[in-house]
Ligand binder design. Structure first.
Ligand code: NAP
Length: 335
């Protein structure tokens, strides 16, 4: 298969390129050459997807059997790529997100849940989180309008694993490695279902090879792991003894702890980790155990080059604030 990856040098794109090469596909990555690093064995093609001219040059370098788009973040960017590649590629696989669903992150979701409408400016007062989902919904629309039943839309939930530049599991690993008393959110049995980047890449390639059409969610099975499992796996990986102090959701909310970012992956809604990925599972999605992902991420942190991404700067509670919340919790329990 002649495969074009729009992206390919950071996280999901890197694993897609590596796994496609292992499957003996011919791989071209399209990036500006500004960040990340090229994958050995893949042919880099430089250009900016916001440029009509660069996209026309790329189309002229085709034809492609499949394009997998990991880097399309805005509808105009994706529309430009889809239009430019419409006759140069047979199929277009677009990596979207569960954020496109209107119910995310508070309601349980399945493959047919309602999508946020895309409008160029969005309803007044819309939050930043909604904006990402709305824009990705507009990207999906641009792909399906151009490619119709030659389009595949993949909607992953939280993706974790080695090279995770957003830094969620890396933050927890480093926090557990620092030891001491750790502010653990909610309850240890709170279900979570992040998915390993390598499992997302494998499914994306399967869907390209088998010409799957339509859309599907990608997430580990509901209830396959808990927050307690995650922190236990972090302790196992780092080998540092730490004391986990589980503090109820309502207390954290009362203390103003920022969900999702101050304590990464913590959200107090039962809907957040109820993403049903039945369609993908029926089509062969498999997910490795969370402990394996965590251990591999720790190994990568020890051996890989340090990543410095703006998203990671948003994450994590400061040691001072963590200590203050723990002290307030101790007082509350004593009183
Ligand atoms: N992380 C999660 O938990 C999560 C969850 C759900 C969905 N997703 C989705 O999964 C995808 C993750 O992708 P990734 O970042 O891992 O992909 P990636 O392909 O590994 O990295 C992004 C690539 O895009 C290139 N790029 C950025 N802007 C570009 C431009 N204007 N023109 C050409 N190339 C450009 C970057 O290289 P240069 O900078 O050198 O151009 C880089 O190679 C995203 O679509 C995201 O919305 C993520």
């Amino acid at each position: 298969m002649r495969l074009l990856i729009l992206g390919g040098t950071w996280f999901l794109g890197r694993f897609l390129a590596e796994q496609a090469l292992e499957r003996d596909h011919n791989v071209v990555t399209f990036t500006r050459g500004k960040s990340g690093s090229d994958i050995r064995g893949a042919a880099p093609h430089r250009g900016d997807r916001t440029s009509d001219r660069d996209m026309a040059d790329l189309a002229a370098a085709g034809p492609w059997d499949v394009v997998i788009d990991t880097s399309g973040m805005t509808p105009d960017m994706v529309e430009r790529s889809a239009r430019a590649l419409a006759t140069a590629t047979d199929r277009y696989v677009y990596v979207s997100t569960v954020n496109v669903y209107r119910g995310w992150p508070t309601e349980p979701l399945d493959d047919d849940s309602p999508i946020r409408p895309y409008t160029p400016y969005g309803p007044p007062g819309e939050s930043g989180a909604d904006e990402y989902g709305r824009e990705k919904a507009g990207c999906e629309q641009a792909v399906t309008e151009t490619f119709g039943d030659r389009a595949t839309i993949l909607r992953p939930g939280v993706i974790i694993g080695p090279h995770e530049y957003v830094g969620r599991i890396p933050w927890w690993l480093r926090r557990l490695a620092a030891g001491g008393m750790v502010l653990a959110p909610g309850t240890p049995d709170w279900p979570i279902q992040p998915i390993d980047v390598r499992d997302v890449a494998a499914f994306a390639l399967d869907s390209a090879e088998r010409q799957l059409t339509g859309s599907c969610n990608l997430a580990a099975p509901i209830g396959s792991a808990t927050f307690g499992d995650l922190l236990e796996a972090c302790q196992q990986a780092t080998g540092v003894p730490a004391v986990l102090e589980w503090v109820p959701h309502t207390f954290l909310q009362a203390q103003g702890v920022r969900e999702w970012t101050e304590l990464p992956l913590w959200r107090p809604y039962t809907g957040t980790w109820r993403v049903d990925a039945a369609r993908a599972r029926a089509a062969g999605l498999t997910c490795r155990p969370l402990a394996e992902t965590v251990a591999d991420t720790w190994e990568w942190l020890q051996t890989g080059p340090a990543l410095d991404h703006e998203r990671a700067a948003e994450l994590g509670i400061t040691p001072e604030r963590e200590a203050a919340v723990l002290a307030a919790w101790a007082n509350h329990r004593a009183g």
